[in-house]
Design a protein around this ligand. Structure first.
Ligand code: NAP
Length: 472
């Protein structure tokens, strides 16, 4: 594949004759190029977004819905083409890419239905010597939203920012990840085809390290919605001049396996949670904390399943695929090497061809190893054996990450008691950690994020209340 796509600024598909090559994780060769934009074009995108906000916010909800539905229809029509781009650009299996697109189309539908039900709240002001007041509190759009997405869900994590923003009357400047830019500009092409008014949605490309500061310090921004690593999230916090932020950052989700867990079900969930898309998911299960009495059985069962995983190309729908680039593969390898150097036991895996890492299971991982704490974003699963529930909870909570956790047990009393003690955004009982369903609130605490996503929550975060008080 060798695709060249233009950016979308103020209703025009443009380039500046400077290009950023996109390197496919499949063979580490270019699969296309996108404009490497500079300050001039970035500033034009924000000016266009600001200008068009004045008229877009006055359109009726049904006008906005009509355009979004048209766009979503185009997305469905181009599903196969887009899935192929995603496979080349971010190494996602074709079938998984199609599922991501279908899920995102459902996301748009659900967002539209939620938006129709956003009504003002009314309340009487009946208190201390106050009578005869009626307050009407409506949700109004905040203005210009800067949306920055990561590589791993280039459609879903873009749409989950863009659709709620647009339907509620905001305008958007969207910057996809470098690997994710062909997908982002394909979405832009469909916005153009759907005839969104000029400036309402702008899609800009360029390396984050080159244009990141230009983006996040632009004075037109009313809200930055960012999904990505803790490292970049922290840089944004420091540099954004106090702008309002919603941050969805990294995770180190633990699966706590208690002595009475149904091991067959547990293994199925852990396998799907840890290894799909080579573990490149924020909510992937990234450590197993297991009760010592079932650890041998659990590890043996996991080994059998890990060895059955298909390893290869996303074009053949393998589960374990080459990870996004060599540098990321080196990082994962470094965590594995460190664990082995500290006497972790290799159960299976730890072979590598470039950025294609075999699924790797490590037992007897301890809290002295980096792998117990750092987010690999690759197909490696550490097992930490625990002597008590208290130890499990302590290790789970000692992490700076706090996105989600899973508890596997047949004892619901234990599940609730432990869930209460876990310091994470969400706790899953007897299932893998996961972002969906998209209608659920989704949040991380500590270093894992700030603010809440989810369809209703995102609608709330891109709008603010405005009161009107009637005195009679
Ligand atoms: P990343 O390196 O942090 O990049 C995320 C986005 O930020 C990309 O668009 C990137 O552009 C951009 N960026 C880079 N430097 C920037 C800067 N200085 N200023 C502004 N933007 C900048 O993350 P990633 O590797 O794409 O994604 C993996 C990470 O995302 C993992 O940590 C994962 O856990 C996290 N994630 C979290 C969630 C969640 O919902 N909590 C969901 C998915 C992923 P370039 O690509 O051009 O550098």
């Amino acid at each position: 594949m060798n695709l060249e796509l233009n950016a979308l600024i103020n209703g025009e598909m443009i380039n500046n004759n400077e290009w950023l090559e996109i390197i496919s994780p499949i063979d580490l060769k270019p699969c296309g190029r996108v404009p490497a934009l500079k300050a001039n074009e970035i500033n034009q995108a924000f000016s266009a977004a600001r200008q068009s906000f004045a008229t877009w916010k006055k359109t009726t909800l049904f006008e906005r819905i009509k355009l979004l539905k048209h766009w979503s229809q185009l997305l469905l029509e181009h599903k196969n083409e887009l899935a192929k781009i995603m496979a080349y650009e971010v190494g996602k299996g074709i079938k998984d890419a199609e599922v991501e697109i279908e899920r995102s189309i459902e996301y748009i539908d659900y967002t539209i239905e939620e938006a129709k039900r956003v009504h003002p709240e009314t309340m009487t002001g009946d208190g201390w010597n106050i009578k005869n007041k009626l307050g009407i509190f409506s949700r109004i759009p905040k203005g210009v939203i800067l949306a920055i997405s990561p590589f791993n869900y280039p459609v879903n994590l873009s749409i989950s920012k863009i659709a709620p923003s647009l339907v509620m009357g905001n305008t958007v400047v969207f910057k996809p990840a470098t690997n994710g830019s062909l997908t982002g500009l394909f979405l832009a092409k469909l916005f153009h085809e759907a005839k969104f008014p000029a400036g309402v949605i702008n899609v800009v490309t360029g390396r984050g390290r080159d244009i990141g500061d230009l983006l996040i310090t632009n004075p037109e921004i009313d809200l930055i919605s960012f999904t990505g690593s803790v490292n970049v999230g922290n840089q944004i916090k420091q540099k954004c001049n106090g702008k309002e932020l919603v941050l969805e950052l990294g995770g180190k989700d633990p699966a706590l396996v208690l002595g009475d867990a149904n091991l067959a079900k547990t293994v199925k969930e852990i396998m799907a949670g840890a290894f799909s898309y080579s573990g490149q998911r924020c909510t992937a299960i990234k450590r197993v904390l297991v009760a010592e009495e079932v650890a041998d059985d659990l590890v043996a069962m996991l080994k059998t399943e890990v060895e059955k995983l298909t390893v290869g190309s996303p074009l053949d729908n393998a589960t374990v695929i080459p990870i996004i680039d060599d540098k990321s593969a080196d990082f994962v390898q470094g965590l594995i090497d460190d664990a082995l150097a500290h006497q972790a036991k290799l159960v299976t895996g730890n072979t590598r061809q470039g950025n294609l890492l075999a699924p790797t299971l490590l037992d007897h991982v301890t809290t002295a190893m980096k792998l117990a704490w750092e987010e690999p974003f690759g197909p490696v699963l550490p097992v930490i054996r625990c002597k008590s529930l208290a130890e499990m909870v302590k290790i789970a909570n000692d992490s700076n990450f706090a996105l989600q956790a899973s508890i596997f047990t047949n004892n619901l009393d234990h599940a609730f008691l432990i869930a209460e003690q876990l310091e994470t955004g969400t706790v899953n009982i007897n299932s893998k950690s996961q972002r969906g369903p998209d209608s659920f609130p989704f949040l991380g605490i500590k270093d894992s994020g700030q603010g809440v996503q989810g369809i209703r929550e995102t609608i709330n975060s891109v709008t603010r209340l405005k009161g009107l008080v009637i005195n009679y």
